[in-house]
Design a protein around this ligand. Structure first.
Ligand code: TRP
Ligand code: ZN
Length: 494
């Protein structure tokens, strides 16, 4: 696509003047975006990352972050240059050991030009030495690096990597990670995966975290601050690591009463979704004033605000459901967000049923009935909501209604087989809504085009599902207040 077209005249001239060795590919610049229509500049073209090794140091007093990222990748085109998505200040770049030139470009691009073009299909090692104060950097007028009184947190969607490591920032390019961060003694560095080791010297403690399963860039997280860490193992054998800021005030008890149930909930979700896809689970609650929760891989981010009303296991269920629906099976493009949020919301409905707070059926009927046909809610298409409505409440609630509609259409046996089979079929990979429809059709043996079109792709309220039409007026589920409270999950604040 980016290869230059050589005219016969150019070719003739070249062959007369030079004997070009076959290996001296010329290449062209890699694209500055991976090709997602919702976010054209996100991710990059021309290469595929397999591993990020981040060796960093962080000073909470000044918010200074410094270190080296070593990126292992493979080219997918002949490249004369390529981009990384990054905002901090770069002092040196090496490509396959040799210094490379680099320049900032656009809102968040770092353009790297190696001394020699890179032929398609070859392994490449990129070393980026950098430093900066992430809280002072913004792109498109916002920052997603959240300062806390004792440190900072990187957790946001769809973008959070630019503020702390150079990357190919799109879920299509998943990779494994080693995240090693040195912080002053007494401060902790929390990230995803397994804590391989800690080392202490010269007043600094280094935390070495390893994520050994493919992870999307927005699911990499880093929290720096003073934390209490709890460890354990679920009954089903999954190691659990949770961390609580020492400074949660009034929310501390409710936060622990919720997040300490991670192991129980992971085991319970495994009954619906199949084996937990990762080697550890857990969450962390920093002393941030921003809201929300995020399904950061194996180590969920929870704002203390999620627990301001008391324990909230529903949000824990939501974020842990994403470990299967979103983290192990990632989106091909951001338009496929229903595959994440529709299923994570539906898991909350199943949990409500488990807790005796209203069945999935009752909650579906309640949501359906609570939005009249002229409610703007129905104008949002969960199957393609647009970037500005990507996390609209309708993606969650109408999205979960679509899951219930599928259940009604194919029956419980096929439905629960799909729910469990899907995370296996696309484990550690990427899929889109068309893949899901094809899989559900294959498992159920039913054509589902009309159903998907009605519930995911029409900007209008679908006719009442048959099951609902038959039912008497739905009773108001006892959990409606809690569901409303977890609705604020989708609101993005910067
Ligand atoms: N995916 C998150 C959830 O459903 C919600 C979310 C969207 C979010 N954008 C965010 C959370 C930005 C934190 C920051 O749980
Ligand atoms: Zn979610």
């Amino acid at each position: 696509m980016h290869r230059r077209i050589l005219t016969p005249g150019v070719l003739a001239a070249a062959s007369v003047l030079l004997a070009i060795p076959a290996s001296a590919a010329s290449g062209a610049p890699g694209a500055p975006g991976i090709g997602d229509p919702y976010y054209p500049a996100y991710g990059n073209g021309g290469y595929d990352v397999s591993h990020y090794d981040l060796r960093l140091q962080y000073q909470p007093a000044t918010d200074e972050l410094a270190g080296t990222a070593t990126i292992l990748a493979r080219t997918t085109e002949d490249l004369s240059s390529f981009d990384l998505d990054f905002l901090l200040d770069v002092s040196e770049v090496r490509v396959n050991g040799a210094t490379a030139s680099f320049a900032a470009s656009g809102e968040h691009e770092l353009v790297v030009t190696p001394q020699k073009p890179l032929p398609k299909g070859t392994p490449v090692t990129v070393v980026v030495r950098y430093s900066g104060v992430p809280s002072t950097k913004s792109a498109y007028g916002f920052s997603t690096w959240h300062r806390t009184p004792d440190g900072a947190v990187a957790a946001d969607e769809p973008e959070s990597a630019w503020w702390w490591f150079p990357s190919n920032d799109h879920p299509l390019d998943k990779a494994t990670y080693d995240v090693s961060v040195a912080v002053p003694d007494g401060t902790q560095a929390i990230s995803g995966g397994t804590l391989q080791s800690t080392t202490s010297r010269l007043g600094w403690t280094r935390y070495n975290w390893r994520q050994n399963k493919p992870q999307a860039t927005y699911l990499a997280t880093l929290a720096l601050g003073r934390f209490d860490v709890t460890t354990g193992t679920s009954e089903g054998g999954i190691p659990v690591v949770n961390a609580y800021s020492k400074d949660l005030g009034d929310d501390d008890g409710a936060a622990r009463a919720s997040v300490e149930r991670t192991g129980e909930i992971v085991d319970w979700l495994s009954g619906y979704f199949g084996p937990y896809p990762f080697g550890s689970a857990g969450g962390y609650v920093p002393n941030t004033t921003t809201g929300f929760a995020l399904e950061t891989q194996t180590r969920v981010y929870y704002s203390p605000r999620q627990f301001a009303g008391g324990s909230n296991t529903s949000v824990v269920v939501h974020e842990l459901a994403h470990q299967w629906y979103g983290d192990s099976v990632s989106l091909k493009g951001w338009k496929d967000i229903w595959l994440n949020e529709g299923f994570a919301r539906y898991a909350q409905w199943l949990w409500s049923e488990h807790e005796g707070e209203g069945t999935a059926r009752e909650l579906a009927d309640y949501v359906y009935a609570s939005h009249p046909a002229d409610d703007a809610f129905w104008t949002v298409k969960p199957g393609d909501p647009g970037a500005d409505k990507q996390f609209d409440i309708a993606v969650y609630d109408r999205g979960a209604l679509a899951v219930q509609a599928l259940r009604d259409e194919i029956g419980d046996e096929a439905f629960f087989a799909v729910l469990k089979g899907w995370p296996q079929k696309y484990a550690y990979g990427n899929a889109d809504i068309a893949d899901f429809r094809a899989y559900a059709e294959q498992v159920s043996g039913k054509p589902l085009g009309a159903l998907f079109d009605t519930w995911l792709f029409q900007p209008s309220k679908p006719a009442a599902p048959a099951a609902l039409a038959k039912a008497a007026a739905p009773a108001q589920p006892r959990s409606w207040k809690k569901i409303a409270a977890t609705n604020d999950l989708h609101v993005q604040e910067r």
